[in-house]
Each structure stands twice: as C-alpha cells, then as structure tokens.
Ligand binder design. Structure first.
Ligand code: 5RP
Length: 214
C-alpha cells in the first residue's frame, strides 16, 4: 500500500473517535488533510473544530467546518494530528510542517490525543527525523549554541516563518532515548518557544493506517 493510501486510511479511521456534538482539535499536515475531508462529510454532527495552523484553518473553512477559538471553547475532548516519528511509548516528533506550537497547545488542552500516521513513521528510537524547535528570532544563534553543547547539530529552516512569527531550528544527530527528559531540558533554554517532542504529553492512541498500535 502506498504511503498516501495509509495516511488516508488513518485519517478516516480517526473518525471512530468523533462523537456527536464534539468540538474537535485538528492538527496539520497531509495526513490531517484526509481527516479534514472525512470530518467535513460529518460537519453537521459536530460543534466545530479548533485549528492548529493557518493551513488547516483554510482547509476547514473551505469545507464549511466552523473554526472555533480555543480561548472560547475551554478544554476539548479530542485532538487528531499526525506526526513525523512515533516510538513504542507513543512519544512523538512533530513540527515537520512548522505548526508545532499551536499543535502542542491543543494537545495539552485535549482529553484524548489521537495520532494518525503511516507505517514509515514508527521508529524504535526517535531522532532520525531532525527535531524541530521553534525559537524567538533574536535567540536563534544562542539556542543553536546551547544545542551544540548538548551534542545536536542545529540547522536553521531558512525562509520559514511560523504562524506565530518565529523561526525553526531542525536538530540532526540525536538518538533520543529519554524523550521526556530531553523535552524538559530543552524547554529551559531561553528563547525556545516550543520543542517538537511530544513526550511529556504523548499521544493516547496511535493509528497506523486503520490499525490501532498496541
Ligand atoms: C506539522 C506536523 C505534522 O503532523 C507532521 O509533519 C506530519 O505531517 P504529514 O502528515 O504531512 O506527514 O507535525 O507541524
């Protein structure tokens, strides 16, 4: 099966978790685009969506799904999003699409986080995919030096400005054995906005294609 077919299956399978009247958190990316298509087919069943990016907001609105403000909704029951890598503990690397900050906020506010991926994203140890870190622009080289001290090789995603007006460093060369510990450490560096490790708040459910990971 092709990667895109797996993404489509995962996006559609996530509809199992959508209940009538829900407010649904919606992530970002090509897998989520399939979920948005499926969600739009049932838009009359839900109150609306909280979006993690301008890209997803555009897709949702184009399909007639009401987009709600997280400040107005309060905590939400469900968040559906993709990932760049996923380990056996459901810890994730996210942010390949640059939307990690809003994604992390919605994941934190969601009772259940359903992650949808194709099989190529499942890894034993996180880190082959470079770890995205969103930084305040003036802190870019300071944060990069701190990462080098920790053995990583930061590469500035030159030309990318996030929806929040910040920049991204992609960190190569780490094999991340203790993701929650690294996430906690990196969060302490001045100028770091968001670390693309979702380990302190991992996914609750991972769908690889239509199959739930066990
Ligand atoms: C965006 C993300 C995406 O979930 C991640 O990059 C996976 O994208 P795709 O579904 O296109 O493979 O974290 O910031």
């Amino acid at each position: 099966m092709s990667k895109d077919a797996e993404k489509r299956l995962a996006g559609r399978a996530a509809m199992r978790y959508v209940e009538d009247g829900m407010i649904v958190g919606v992530g970002t990316g090509s897998t989520v685009a399939h979920f948005i298509d499926a969600l739009a087919e049932h838009k009359d069943r839900i109150q609306g969506a909280v979006s993690s990016s301008e890209q997803s907001t555009h897709l949702l609105k184009a399909r007639g799904v009401p987009v709600l403000d997280l400040n107005a909704t309060g905590d939400i029951p469900l968040y559906v999003d993709g990932a760049d890598e996923c380990d056996a503990g459901r810890c994730l690397i996210k942010g390949g699409g640059g939307a990690l900050t809003r994604e992390k906020i919605i994941a934190a506010a969601a009772a259940k986080f359903v992650c949808i991926i194709d099989a190529g994203k499942r890894v034993d140890v996180l880190g082959l995919f470079p770890l995205p870190i969103e930084v305040i622009p003036m802190a870019r080289s300071y944060v990069a030096r701190e990462i080098v001290k920790r053995g990583g090789q930061p590469v500035w995603r030159d030309g990318t400005v996030t929806d929040n007006g910040n920049w991204i460093l992609d960190v190569h060369g780490w094999r991340i054995q203790r993701p929650a510990e690294l996430e906690r450490d990196l969060n302490q560096i001045a100028g770091v906005v968001t670390v693309g490790l979702f380990a302190q708040r991992p996914a609750d459910v991972v769908l690889i294609g239509a199959e739930e990971m066990r």
